[in-house]
Design a protein around this ligand. Structure first.
Ligand code: HEM
Ligand SMILES: [Cu+2]
Length: 603
């Protein structure tokens, strides 16, 4: 392993809580500039929001399985006025808040905020981010967002109900959704703050990855996690300003009487809105110009992390490293020209619809390259079925299901039939929950020993994996069947329509699977919290991995490395003939004796 000892950075931050004043505690753990602490702050906050989002989902599921039945226990607490039942207005708030929380407060910030922050400097051999203060701000901008969304939810009587997509005119006309007067405005402010937070993060990630790589770490020696974070940061930097500007326009439509998104002569609730002359469809274009790339912001980092986990536990080099990099870039590039596939039924010109259809289908190509390369990596490997590996393998297989349903929907004639049905809900839960969330779990189990210097319990981890996997398929696979027969999304009582009444038992099955899935997460929470304090203590590199973060102490001190890392090769040299171990750290110098060096037979 490499060498030159360097002075660790300024000594503050080397924990040891005794003798630490309040000011120092606040500087070290609250307004910290250290990327690791900021990453953990993001991790803890997003895991808490994950719990909130999960409970909101159970509220939705309760109504779909037992419409207008009293909700056990919590019903009386939450809506005593309605006799413990969910009202149609509250149902609207429930699905709006569930999606908002999961997308803007869980998936996006856990990938970029938690893992991006924690891993980028460590995996590139740097001591911190390029702009630590900006980094701290990016976390603290989440708090106004938490506050605004919390207020928007709790504001009596119902909270925001415009859906996570906030389509006008519903979202612009005051009180178009009952009681959404203030909550919708607060919702917009909240989402704007998340946008600012992400933007501060992405500028920092791009600069850090370009500028601060350790000596010898060329771009094509970067772990795929870092490539994915890099491309995601670029996606964010180009897509986000559009959403932020559009959100701002919606705010002024609501508060200052502009008319960007309201058509002329619109009548809502028997009153004529004062402004008009705008275009509701304009919002859809602007929103999806951000939010389609955003679905890749919600999966590319997961794909990167899964690649690292799979190579490590197959004990083999990643199959097709460069094609992987090019497909991440290809997915990101194509992601900018497909947004119209969310709008096939908006009345757009059919020719335009066709270009969106074709470009969307093209995304299947780089996606398939990635799946193929993951399979190629596993093929013939010495697979170790650790908990992180199980989650990573589940990511790959579930992403295949989610990707395939995406290709169905990309075909305009098919989508006209299934748009706004549970088929769509099935699709995005396969990519976002069965995909990204499972990758996040795998990554937590994988990098936990680095973060806390202790292991999570493997047996509990496997129980957590198998139950989650079972219940998630029970919940989400069934949605395809519902969707195929037209069961509508976002409706408090689809059974108003006689055609859907026979689907009630299927919905009850899904609801019990969903309850099982949320309950299973108690095992995870227990394991996570217990392991922070009592998990088995580990050294620097418990999994026998190659990338730089595993060369730093576990957990790394302030400034990360206690030596200057020098990089000799890429991160995937597992099973190399040059060494006796089946891994070959990026910092380990090649054998001194040239005869022992491996010669590529193709050169
Ligand atoms: C092979 C790749 C994919 C294709 C071809 C595809 C295609 C589509 C299409 C055509 C729709 C619109 C359907 C409709 O509303 O009628 C859609 C919706 C959606 N997709 Fe995908 N998709 C793909 C991958 C992904 C991934 C990777 C994610 C997230 C990680 C994702 C998340 C979503 C979400 C959240 C929606 C629904 C948004 C909403 O209406 O609320 N998709 N997808
Ligand atoms: Cu899309």
């Amino acid at each position: 392993m490499s060498t030159t000892a360097i002075q660790p950075h300024g000594s503050h931050g080397h924990s040891g809580s005794h003798g630490m004043g309040v000011g120092e505690f606040v500087r070290t753990y609250v307004f910290s500039l250290d990327h690791k602490i900021i990453g953990l702050q993001f991790l803890f906050s997003t895991l808490l929001w994950f719990l909130v989002g999960g409970l909101l989902a159970l509220g939705i599921r309760w109504q779909l399985a037992y419409p207008w039945h009293d909700m056990p226990v919590i019903g009386r607490m939450l809506f005593s006025a309605e006799g413990g039942q969910i009202s149609p207005e509250f149902y609207t708030t429930l699905f709006t808040m569930h999606a908002t929380v999961m997308i803007f407060f869980v998936i996006i910030p856990i990938l970029a905020g938690a893992f991006g922050n924690y891993l980028i400097p460590l995996m590139i051999g740097a001591d911190d981010m390029a702009f630590p203060t900006l980094n701290m701000l990016s976390y603290w901008f989440m708090w106004p967002a938490f506050f605004f969304i919390g207020m928007s939810f709790l504001w009596p009587p119902y909270g925001a109900g415009g859906g996570w997509t906030s389509y006008p005119p519903l979202s612009v006309v005051w009180d178009a959704a009952p009681g959404s007067h203030w909550p919708q405005t607060l919702w917009l402010l909240g989402v704007t703050c998340v946008g600012i937070s992400s933007m501060l993060g992405s500028v920092n990630y791009m600069t850090t990855i370009i500028q601060m790589r350790a000596p010898g770490l060329t771009m094509f020696r970067l772990p795929l996690t870092i490539w994915a974070m890099f491309i995601t940061a670029i996606l964010q930097a180009f897509a986000l300003p559009v959403l932020t500007a559009a959100g701002f326009m919606q705010l002024t439509d609501r508060t200052l009487g502009t008319g960007f998104f309201l058509p002329e002569g619109l009548v809502v609730n028997n009153s004529l809105p004062a402004t008009g002359g705008g275009q509701p469809i304009l919002w859809q274009h602007l929103f999806w110009f951000y939010s389609h790339p955003a679905v890749y912001i919600m999966i590319l980092p997961a794909m990167g992390m899964v690649s690292d986990i799979i190579a490590c536990f197959a004990r083999k080099p990643i199959f097709g490293y460069k094609p992987m990099v090019y497909s991440i870039s290809g997915i990101a590039g194509l992601g900018f020209i497909v947004w119209g596939h969310h709008m096939f039924v908006s009345g757009m010109n059919p020719f335009l619809g066709m270009t969106f259809m074709v470009s969307t289908m093209m995304i299947a190509l780089p996606s398939a390259v990635k799946v193929f390369n993951w399979l190629g990596t596993i093929w013939g490997g010495k697979i170790q079925f650790t908990t992180p590996m199980l989650f990573a393998l589940s990511f790959v297989s579930m992403f295949i299901i989610g990707g395939l349903s995406g290709i169905f929907m990309a075909a305009t004639p098919v989508d006209i039939f299934i748009h706004d049905t549970y088929f769509i809900v099935a699709h995005f839960h396969y990519v976002l929950f069965a995909g990204t969330a499972m990758a996040v779990f795998g990554s937590i189990y994988f990098w936990f020993p680095k973060m806390f210097g202790r292991m999570m319990d493997e047996s509990l981890g496997k129980v957590h994996f198998f139950l989650t996997f079972l219940f998630l398929n029970g919940t989400f696979f069934t949605m395809h069947i519902l969707g195929a027969v037209g069961f509508p999304r976002r409706l408090a009582d689809p059974y108003d329509y006689e055609t859907f009444r026979h689907l009630l038992p299927m919905n009850q099955f899904m609801t019990w699977c969903a309850i099982g899935m949320v309950a299973t997460q108690v095992i995870f929470a227990f394991n996570f919290i217990r392991s922070i304090f009592f998990g088995q203590i580990v050294g620097r590199n418990p999994w026998g991995a190659n990338s730089l973060e595993w060369m730093a102490p576990s957990p790394p001190g302030h400034g990360n490395f206690d030596f200057q890392p020098i990089v000799y090769r890429g991160p995937y040299e597992y099973g190399s003939p040059e060494v006796d171990t089946d891994f070959y750290p990026q910092t380990q110098p090649p054998p001194a004796d040239p005869a022992k060096r491996y010669k590529d037979p193709h050169h």
